[in-house]
Design a protein around this ligand. Structure first.
Ligand SMILES: Cc1ncc(COP(=O)(O)O)c(C=O)c1O
Length: 376
């Protein structure tokens, strides 16, 4: 007899779905808090909220939501192209940059034939997408939680089609030095696309000149998002920057109206919001220093971060996560990344960081396992 499992794509059967940060409303329901008693430092969102210019644009766009969005996203793509001094043909919009990752697999990966490569503790969605496409994703070791580009280069084979480099990386917070990155992109073989995930690039003081590699026509796709610095995670809007021939292939994988009109309008406005960007940068930089200094004082191992979150070794990450939940705080345990002793904490507002640093030692004491600072 045919069972349901016989009908299912094998990639789906083996897939463990992505585990997002716990939503505030869910914790409020479970623990009897009101939503405003809860603080979420779990998904690397912008502690200041959305760009005010984006909020204003949303108000103006709301009366028009009975109309389909501009399917080509022309205005936003033009604004992004101007922002990066590229052409509109270099820009592809996605329902979050996660959707661009899916486009990459659609375009370049044949099930059971082609492979992707990523670093051991890189962002989880590359592996999930490979599974969904029933394709292999090779993981290379990450000494000190850093991409090992030599190991990545060595693991490229004839069937490699996608090489994911994540800088800064989530959840580790580490970055790839600019020179190493450039050497890698320049030496990459013609049969593999370098997908450089730059979701957190705006938090770098000295970002790599990656847009120039797009201009030069290298086999590179840059992944960018409005979810982090611009604070538009709930609208789901991201984009790829790629040489025009690659971008036009990615466009073919898109559904006709993959990004909505509110997201498009808000993103155009957010690109102009230099004030919000600068404030966010300052708050994140200051909060990160405070968290890292406090972890150091408490003798906890942490990974120095280049992004808007810090990964710290606490002994039993799940226990600390549950202990903090009882106090109304949501952070991110990292068991699903094979890092059961670690948690990831997003940088909050200055007040949130102060309150977090007050509750953190209490919550840590409440967990059964004693933390240590001996590294991995
Ligand atoms: C490294 C990295 N890439 C991509 C994404 C996806 O971002 P979005 O789909 O919200 O644009 C995230 C989100 O956390 C991320 O950390």
């Amino acid at each position: 007899m045919t069972t349901l499992e016989d009908l299912v794509n094998p990639g789906i059967l083996s897939l463990t779905p992505y585990e997002p940060g716990k939503p505030i409303d869910e914790l409020a329901r479970e623990q009897g808090f009101t939503p405003d008693q809860i603080c979420k430092l779990a998904s690397n969102e912008n502690p200041l909220g959305p760009s005010p210019l984006a909020l204003q644009a949303l108000q103006e766009a709301l009366p028009h939501i009975h109309l389909y969005p501009d399917g080509a996203g022309r205005l936003l793509r033009e604004a992004i192209a101007r922002h990066h001094d590229l052409s509109v043909e270099n820009v592809v919009l996605g329902n979050g940059s996660n959707e661009i990752i899916e486009f990459l697999f659609h375009v370049f990966v044949l099930p059971r034939t082609h492979e992707a490569i990523c670093s051991r503790h890189a962002f989880a969605v590359y592996r999930l997408m490979a599974q969904l496409f029933d394709a292999r994703c090779r993981e290379t070791p990450d000494p000190e939680f850093r991409h090992d580009l030599t190991a990545m280069r060595k693991s490229i084979g004839p069937n490699t089609r996608l090489i994911f480099l994540t800088s800064p990386n989530n959840p580790t917070g580490t970055r790839i030095p600019n020179r190493e990155l450039e050497e890698f992109v320049r030496a990459a073989p013609a049969h593999a696309i370098v997908a450089l995930d730059e979701a957190y690039i705006d938090f770098l003081d000295d970002p790599p000149p990656s847009v120039s590699w797009v201009r030069e026509g290298k086999n590179v796709v840059l992944l960018r998002t409005f979810s982090k610095m611009q604070g538009l995670a709930g609208l789901r809007i991201g984009y790829a920057l790629a040489p025009a021939p690659i971008a036009s292939l990615l466009q073919r994988a898109r559904q006709p109206f993959n990004t909505n009109s509110l997201a498009q309008a808000a993103a155009v406005a957010a690109l102009k919001d230099h004030e919000h960007r600068e404030k966010t940068r300052q708050i994140v930089r200051a909060g990160r220093i405070r968290l890292e200094e406090s972890f150091a004082r408490q003798g906890l191992a942490f990974v120095p971060s280049s992004a808007n979150f810090v990964m710290v070794r606490v002994g039993d990450g799940d226990a600390l996560f549950h202990s903090l939940l009882r106090h109304g705080w949501i952070i991110r345990p990292l068991r699903s990344y094979g890092l059961a002793e670690w948690v990831r904490i997003s940088i909050g507002t200055p007040e949130q960081v102060t309150r977090f640093l007050e509750i953190f030692p209490t919550a840590l004491r409440e967990t059964a396992a004693a933390p240590d600072s001996t590294g991995r």
